[in-house]
Design a protein around this ligand. Structure first.
Ligand code: NAP
Length: 302
């Protein structure tokens, strides 16, 4: 029996583990992949305080080592089912059941992939899913944004502070984004739209040099030159195992209050899986710290 089980070993889960261990909680982190989660797929990080530049896998390794040295247990496995009401809480990991008095859900979210040739090859070398993380690498360059929702338009405008032109490739002839975002984007001279257009291939040599696109109305194809491709076609929260818990919003993100508490006593959430306005390493880490302190207070009240 653990005091605290943390689902997910990215920045949110590792920070939660760090704070929990420093509060003397017997803690386990369950992670299906490598320590650090999405950090493992992130090349250059220049917006995590304390590091002017660090590689994602290096930051993951520092965070993991710091937390493990405090005695947190690490388990590789996927949580496929949960019983969260009452005491104790039970997590199903394969055929095993893990019991804890409190749970922090830090299972993250993943960007949807375009799944076209070149996308995987140039990930981190011009293909990005995070303008806040990577925008500054495209100062004075030409970038593409793929998508037509709020994220594509908002992040496209964010990119104009760095890039010379931001060309938004939209597969329909209208945007799905909220009207006020559309109005702002249409007024921005650096933002251009190419309608009815899908990306068929991301082109490059050692890094991205352009995209091959197809017009879905007339079937014509073209090669557009550019230095970066920011893909914003939606996200998947890793929350399928929470389907019947009643703590998810309509998009599958976990609803919490400011103390990271869900509607179920003793269950908290942190990081990208949470219904939150910002999904960054620093916000995930900070969520993890708050969630661990809230779990500590909950355990003290039992
Ligand atoms: P989204 O609303 O699901 O929009 C995804 C966009 O990508 C749509 O335009 C979609 O086109 C397009 N798309 C999907 N698959 C594609 C493909 N294979 N190729 C080309 N285009 C493709 O996702 P989101 O923009 O990330 O937003 C997610 C949620 O967060 C939304 O509820 C949004 O309102 C919210 N959000 C809000 C704010 C804000 O309030 N400021 C900011 C960001 C996000 P179709 O329309 O043709 O399907």
């Amino acid at each position: 029996m653990y005091d605290l089980a943390i689902i997910g070993g990215g920045p949110a889960g590792l920070a939660a583990g760090l704070y929990a261990a420093r509060s003397n909680l017997k803690t386990i982190i369950i992670e299906k992949g490598l320590p650090g989660g999405q950090l493992q797929n992130t090349l250059d990080i220049e917006n995590y305080p304390g590091f002017k530049h660090i590689l994602g896998p290096d930051l993951a390794s520092h965070m993991h080592q710091q937390t493990m040295e405090l005695g947190v247990e690490w388990k590789t496995g996927e949580v496929t089912g949960v019983k969260l009401e009452g005491q104790p809480k039970t997590l199903c990991v394969g055929s095993e059941e893990i019991q804890a008095k409190a749970v922090i859900i830090a299972s993250g979210a993943l960007p949807k992939y375009l799944e076209v040739p070149g996308e995987a090859e140039f990930r981190g070398r011009g293909v990005s899913y995070c303008a806040t993380c990577d925008g500054a690498f495209f100062r004075g360059k030409q970038v593409f944004v793929v998508g037509g929702g709020d994220s594509a338009v908002e992040e496209g405008m964010f990119l104009t502070q760095y890039a010379d032109t931001v060309t938004v490739l939209v597969r329909r002839d209208t945007l799905k984004a909220q009207q006020y975002l559309q109005d702002r984007a249409f007024r921005n001279p650096k933002v251009k739209f190419v309608w009815n257009t899908v990306v068929e291939e991301i082109l490059g040599d050692s890094k991205v040099t352009g995209v091959r696109v197809r017009n879905i109305v007339d079937g014509t194809t073209a090669v557009l030159e550019g230095d970066g491709v920011f893909i914003y076609i939606g996200f998947y929260p890793n929350s399928a195992f929470l389907q019947d818990t009643g703590i998810l919003n309509e998009l599958g993100y976990v609803i919490t209050d400011a103390k990271m508490a869900t509607a179920i006593a003793g269950v908290f959430a942190a990081g990208d899986v949470r219904d939150t306005p910002m999904r960054q390493i620093v916000t995930a880490s900070s969520d993890g710290a708050v969630a661990a302190m809230s779990a500590f207070q909950y355990l003290a009240s039992l």
